[in-house]
Design a protein around this ligand. Structure first.
Ligand code: AMP
Length: 398
């Protein structure tokens, strides 16, 4: 086993995702997922070397889940007592105004993460469960919180501020916090590193089940599409992205639906799923070749709405940046959907952006340029690796 590892934990409301990572290289020694915590039948999958171990049993709560994970490390490997764990890195979605970088978790920091639950009711309470259990079970290792919002704490006032009544915004901490910051930071730094340039105007498109875009100038984020919550911005698997807020008032008046019901409609039942019935991009792509004309049409409209939103953001962020050097695709859809990249870049041809078809269609596991040498903007695909980024940030503190 290597000299140092970081155990990265992403705790959700009914799941715990974990990975034992070498913070120097990003190599994952083991990883796994605990699912359906609190349900009648839980499930754990633990991967080490080429072995996959599965457990099907009820998992009452996060503590039981975490104990099972530690047992699997002990019995299946790698043994954590010999893994030289230097830190446990916890992913936290909302760091509010308090955190602009990785932070050692003390009782005071825990209290602040708890105070931020009102801003991230779906995420922060779930993270706290994982943090509490892991700190209890592994008290001798430093625990570090890595916030999804930290990279965007440097947003200038002009893009962080909503044009909302000042007093209301102040009282309720309403501003644009962004999300996916760990990925945007990791990918944009990888681009700078690869091109050996810090003075870049970059746009990063993180297109996964959740999706966001950021504008980065000389290493600092100057705008991003997610706002107070991850709902704003691009069309996503199940989220609307940008929408006239008056749709909420209109629906409230017409239907009497509660805030919770509207929250569920906008966050869980919209986006690609709302438009086609499928939230997974591969399924939407498959629908475009269906025998049924209405199915084909729905999928095509959904893709057009999805792509047009992205093109709009590329245009406005290029203007904000005062030009563009590098446009980068990342995450599940960004890294794998070659057709989507073609459809987006074709719309940028009037601005001198050109795709190298062969490079775009080849399969890559590492960063690659997919534009032609003549293209006015370098277009890249860079695989994101949030676990590696969290491990690196955790290591930087200990
Ligand atoms: P992520 O949230 O980053 O794991 O990304 C999940 C999304 O990536 C889902 O919508 C998948 O359908 C999509 N995805 C994964 N592989 C492909 C592919 N080969 N083509 C299109 N979409 C893909």
């Amino acid at each position: 086993m290597v000299k140092q590892t970081v155990l990265v934990i992403n705790s959700g409301s009914s799941s715990i995702k974990y990975q034992l990572v070498d913070p120097q290289t990003g190599q994952a020694y083991a990883k796994g997922l605990v699912e359906r915590i609190g349900e009648s039948e839980g499930h754990i999958v633990h991967k080490y070397d080429s072995n996959t171990t599965e457990v099907n049993a009820p998992i009452a709560d996060h503590e039981v889940g975490m104990r099972e994970v530690l047992r699997l490390f002990d019995e299946v490997g790698p043994r954590l007592s010999e893994a030289h764990i230097v830190a446990v890195g916890h992913r936290v979605v909302q760091g509010g105004r308090y955190f602009d970088g990785p932070t050692l978790i003390t009782d005071d920091v825990r209290t602040l993460i708890h105070d931020l639950c009102a801003l991230a009711p779906l995420h922060n309470p779930a993270h706290l469960k994982g943090i509490d259990v892991a700190r209890d079970l592994m008290p001798d290792v430093p625990h570090v919180a890595v916030f999804d919002t930290a990279f965007f704490q440097s947003l200038p006032e002009e893009t962080a501020t909503y044009a909302l009544d000042r007093d209301v915004a102040e009282k309720y901490s309403i501003r644009r916090y962004g999300a996916h910051g760990t990925s945007h930071q990791y990918v944009s730094q990888s681009v700078s590193h690869l091109l050996e340039r810090d003075d870049l105007r970059q746009i990063v498109l993180h297109l996964g089940n959740g999706a966001s875009v950021s504008a980065i100038k000389n290493g600092h984020a100057i705008d991003t599409s997610m706002g107070l919550t991850p709902l704003e911005g691009l069309v996503m698997g199940t989220r609307t992205g940008d929408i006239d807020p008056a749709v909420v008032f209109h629906l409230q008046r017409q239907t009497g639906w509660s805030a919770e019901e509207l929250d569920t409609l906008f966050n869980k039942k919209s986006g690609l799923k709302g438009l086609t019935g499928e939230n997974d991009m591969r399924a939407v792509r498959a629908m475009t070749t269906s025998d049924d004309e209405q199915t084909r049409r729905r999928a095509r409209v959904a893709l057009d709405v999805y792509i047009t939103r992205i093109v709009k953001y590329i245009g406005s962020y290029t203007a904000e940046l005062g030009g563009l050097d590098v446009l980068t695709f990342t995450a599940g859809i960004g890294e794998n959907d070659t057709n989507l990249r073609t459809e987006i870049i074709e719309r940028l041809a009037p601005f001198g952006v050109f795709l190298d078809e062969a490079a775009n269609n080849a399969r890559h596991d590492t960063a690659v340029t997919i534009s032609t040498p003549e293209s006015s903007v370098r277009v890249m695909v860079v695989p994101t690796n949030e676990e590696y980024a969290i491990a690196q940030q955790a290591l930087s503190l200990v």
